[in-house]
Design a protein. Structure first.
Length: 147
């Protein structure tokens, strides 16, 4: 399937509850339990809901990935990604990242034992020279923060 067609049809999942052709937007915060501790797949929208599941599956399909993830904020996504790393891991980051990203790296993640190098990301040689044996991530943002 060509990308244009996939972009139109990825995530199409008719609503089985009421037969809507397009997936409805579920605005509920809680879902009915069939019995104590037994859900129909969802219990609380903060953890998951049908609308978000379709979005995540669609993103994964469009990107050719195994899974997609949707977050309420960019900082929530950043915190999640950086928590995939382990103490002693090194990250190379642009020196012009969003201020919240910089503070997350400098004031929070360093306390977890992560090491950061901030540099201009417009020269491949500079990036290659900054790579260490423990480098696990290159952090790039677009657009960047020119201040």
């Amino acid at each position: 399937m060509r990308f244009e067609t996939l972009a139109i049809h990825a995530g199409e999942r008719p609503d089985i509850a009421f037969g809507a052709v397009s997936m409805p937007i579920y605005q509920t915060s809680t879902f009915v339990f069939e019995d104590v501790g037994k859900t129909r797949g969802y219990d609380y929208s903060r953890t998951a809901n049908p609308t978000r599941k379709v979005l995540e599956d669609t993103i994964a399909r469009l990107e050719g990935g195994k899974a997609g993830f949707a977050f309420a904020t960019g900082m929530a996504a950043e915190a999640t990604v950086t928590h995939l790393l382990k103490a002693g891991d090194h990250v190379i980051s642009g020196d012009d990242v969003y201020g919240g990203t910089y503070r997350l790296f400098q004031n929070v993640m360093q306390d977890f034992g992560l090491e950061f190098t901030f540099l201009r990301m417009d020269r491949r040689q500079t990036i290659e020279q900054a790579i260490k044996p423990n480098t696990r991530m290159l952090w790039l943002e677009t657009p960047s923060n020119p201040l």
